[in-house]
Design a protein around this ligand. Structure first.
Ligand SMILES: NC(=O)C1=CN([C@@H]2O[C@H](COP(=O)(O)OP(=O)(O)OC[C@H]3O[C@@H](n4cnc5c(N)ncnc54)[C@H](OP(=O)(O)O)[C@@H]3O)[C@@H](O)[C@H]2O)C=CC1
Ligand SMILES: CC(C)=CCC[C@@H](C)[C@H]1CC[C@H]2C3=C(CC[C@]12C)[C@@]1(C)CCC(=O)[C@@H](C)[C@@H]1CC3
Length: 346
């Protein structure tokens, strides 16, 4: 039986590099499913993967993690197509409208916090969030809630007797407790919705382990380091992609001082790939697994303790369950009113 691996946000960056790495190590024994919101980009990614691995099994799935109805129909489709799910990579993520604080950056360069600033981006980035058509904060919906709903919908094929399955979140070292507020889990009021959503993923992973380990489902989080992708290019919109490329020698120099500058999607996917090869029972639920690249370009994975506690993770889990039931009620009412309006039209 081939293992089934589903990757969200698989059409570019770290998600696509992970797919390439998985197929390079095992082309025949995997059923890879690329879950993407844009089917044109998904097709292009599939073609690229099949060019280097012509015999691989690579399927596409339409999934917009920011949309409740899209998540629910994608999960139905997965359950119809596969009777097992061995790895679910929760990788799709956004950081829209980022604002780079040049003053804080320059101050940081001449402070003792310079290494932390380059490793985490702490204190130099804010974002402007928006609201989805389901009335949720977009960054929260995309990075966290859509994935939570997906896991809940896929529970029957993730938790099967006699086998284990793994959930693997692409989190970030930009996840900070100070950006997260249990009274405002969607981060409606602050200026760091990205950091808040990534901290929420760290907490949620811990809670999922508490609730699902007994059923053979294990959850882990990784940080890919600082990687050049569409997401990071968006940080300095006035900077065209070729200028980022010109800066590469500067970044290679910085890498001598901080091994978090993984820079390429291939290097950034290191921890995602490493976790694929581990026994889930051996992993630490309180650790974040970091993709790191040494000054000489050697890739490795290192676990680092997360700033999370069981009590807060449980509180977040309860809030997500409550939001889920509200969202399901809202969806039912929306379906009812659509049915009624189409009835009047006929
Ligand atoms: N690059 C970095 O330095 C770091 C990245 N990360 C995390 O890594 C993950 C991957 O990002 P990265 O590869 O850098 O950036 P990319 O922008 O290249 O990849 C993000 C992927 O997520 C997809 N995506 C975005 N929104 C949705 C949605 N609503 N539904 C489905 N898919 C969606 C994108 O699809 P589309 O092409 O349609 O936009 C794309 O495939 C993210 O979670 C990010 O937060 C964490 C730390 C550092
Ligand atoms: C122009 C020069 C010389 C440097 C660029 C500085 C910043 C643009 C750059 C330094 C550290 C980077 C960083 C991120 C974004 C870009 C930086 C701030 C992230 C916040 C991107 C998203 C993440 O999830 C973090 C892990 C990254 C941490 C480092």
């Amino acid at each position: 039986m081939n293992k089934v691996v589903l990757v969200t946000g698989a059409n570019s960056g770290i998600g696509l590099a992970l797919c390439e790495r998985l197929l390079s190590q095992d082309t025949e024994g995997l059923q890879l499913c690329l879950a993407c919101r844009n089917m044109c980009r998904a097709q292009a990614a599939r073609s690229a993967l099949l060019t280097s691995h012509p015999t691989a099994q690579v399927a596409l799935l339409q999934l917009d993690t920011s949309s409740i109805s899209s998540v629910i129909s994608a999960a139905q489709e997965v359950k119809l197509r596969y009777n097992r799910l061995d790895y679910l990579y929760l990788n799709a993520g956004i950081m829209p409208n980022p604002k780079f604080d040049v003053q804080a950056f320059l101050k940081g360069i001449f402070s003792r916090n310079i290494i932390t600033m380059f490793a985490t981006g702490k204190g130099i980035l804010t974002q402007k969030d928006s609201v989805t058509s389901d009335d949720l904060q977009e960054i929260f919906a995309t990075n966290i809630f859509g994935h939570f709903l997906l896991i809940r919908e896929l529970e029957p094929i993730l938790c099967q007797a006699g086998k284990t399955s793994q959930l693997i979140w692409t989190s970030s070292s930009n996840a900070h407790r100070s950006a997260f507020n249990l009274e405002d889990i969607q981060h409606q009021r602050g200026t760091q919705p990205y950091s808040s959503s990534k901290y929420a993923s760290d907490l949620l992973s811990l809670a999922l382990n508490t609730h699902f380990n007994k059923q053979g489902l294990y959850s882990s989080v990784i940080c890919p380091g600082f990687v050049m992708t569409n997401l990071t290019h968006g940080i300095l919109p006035c900077f065209p992609a070729f200028l980022w490329t010109l800066l590469m020698p500067v970044f290679w120099l910085i890498r001598i001082f901080t091994n978090t500058f993984t820079l390429t999607p291939y290097n950034g996917a290191e921890a995602l790939f490493w976790l694929f090869k581990q026994k889930p029972q051996s992993l630490d639920p309180q650790a974040k697994y970091h993709s790191l690249t040494s000054g000489l370009g050697k890739n490795y994975t290192q676990p680092r303790k997360m700033d999370v506690d069981l009590e807060t993770s449980e509180a977040l889990y309860d809030k997500l369950l409550k939001l889920e039931s509200e969202v399901r009620k809202y969806l039912k009412e929306k379906q009812k009113s659509t049915r009624a309006s189409s009835h009047f039209r006929t």
